[in-house]
Write a protein that binds this ligand. Structure first.
Ligand SMILES: C[S@@+](CC[C@H](N)C(=O)[O-])C[C@H]1O[C@@H](n2cnc3c(N)ncnc32)[C@H](O)[C@@H]1O
Length: 300
């Protein structure tokens, strides 16, 4: 075979590879998205210099094929994201959900906050959350001033509060970019000048997330298909991820989110996504044109 030619992908091979990808990461390729899958498979086959898709499947399912499997998955993910994506929903998060959470926790003298950005891509979502939580806390303490002996300058998160934002993805390459926290002008278009001034340093032509914001976010690899996911979260953001899963996988994921949340915790999903029809363990909250889902506490 000419090395520039790629062999034809048979129906049977496509089915095998489709199933393998689904089992590995939950991504489901319906008829509409099959051409995308075919294109990426062809690229990987060429890169691996194999002469049939069945040999590629054999490689992926072999012990030596683990690395190639994660490379294939990386090639199949859609990583589109932006700062302050879905502003209406973020308003609900910052103004209502954060306020309720801070009040509820303070009453119980529980000063830990844990937010998980599941499927964080290149980091714009978790950094947006960090900036918004810092602002929500500042606003909260504007109304109930901190004790006079508080440190100066005031930290982003005033003690005794502890904030952890966990940001995870299945794609190592986007996680590296996220960890760097440096963004070009075109990626900053949705960040207004107030936020740019307070939370970014201009380094040459780029904007670097300030150290004290970066310190609030911890990046890690997590595959949402697995059962071992971060526990005890107050809020989970999983936006524009579930839309690549089929209904059965979405239901499994929502069930896992229920278990990963603290009582009365919240889930935020993407604009085109919904928990309706997937579960009866969450209550929809709709305000400021934004939607969130609150964990219902089921009587045993
Ligand atoms: C379209 S981006 C969404 C980014 C961000 N949440 C937002 O809404 O702007 C979807 C992300 O989900 C990640 N993803 C897809 N399947 C995943 C899985 N099984 N486990 C973890 N992350 C996954 C992709 O790598 C990608 O970075």
């Amino acid at each position: 075979m000419n090395t520039t030619e790629t062999p034809a992908l048979t129906e049977a091979e496509l089915k095998l590879l489709q199933t393998l990808v689904y089992q590995e990461c939950g991504m489901y390729f319906d008829d509409r998205r099959t051409p995308f899958l075919q294109d990426r498979l062809q690229r990987r086959l060429k890169e691996c210099r194999l002469d049939s898709f069945y040999s590629y499947y054999r490689l992926l399912t072999s012990r030596q094929g683990k690395q190639e499997l994660s490379r294939l998955v990386e090639n199949l993910t859609v990583n589109e994201t932006s700062f302050f994506r879905n502003k209406a929903q973020l308003e609900l998060f910052q103004q209502d959900v954060m306020d309720e959470l801070l009040r509820r926790k303070e009453e119980r003298h529980d000063y830990s906050l844990r937010i998980w950005s599941a499927g964080c891509s290149t980091g714009q979502e978790p950094y947006t959350i960090a900036m918004q939580v810092a602002d929500a806390m500042a606003y909260y303490y504007l109304r109930r001033p901190l004790p006079a002996e508080s440190p100066v300058p005031k930290p982003q998160v005033p003690p005794p509060w502890r904030l952890e934002i966990l940001a995870s993805d299945i794609n190592y390459s986007v996680l590296r970019t996220a960890q760097e926290g440096s963004y070009g002008e075109h990626q900053m278009s949705s960040v207004d000048y107030g936020y740019r001034l307070r939370y970014f340093d201009k380094v040459g032509e780029r904007y670097a997330v300030k150290k004290n914001v970066k310190e609030l976010v911890h990046f890690d690899f997590h595959n949402l298909k697995t059962e071992y996911l971060p526990q005890r979260n107050d809020i989970i953001f999983c936006r524009n991820v579930m839309m690549y899963f089929d209904e059965a996988e979405q239901k499994r994921l929502v069930e896992k989110f229920y278990r990963c949340l603290n009582p009365q915790g919240y889930v935020f999903v993407g604009h085109a996504e919904s928990l309706l029809g997937l579960t009866d363990k969450f209550q929809m909250v709709h305000r400021h044109n934004g939607t969130a889902y609150r964990r219902l506490e089921v009587e045993m």
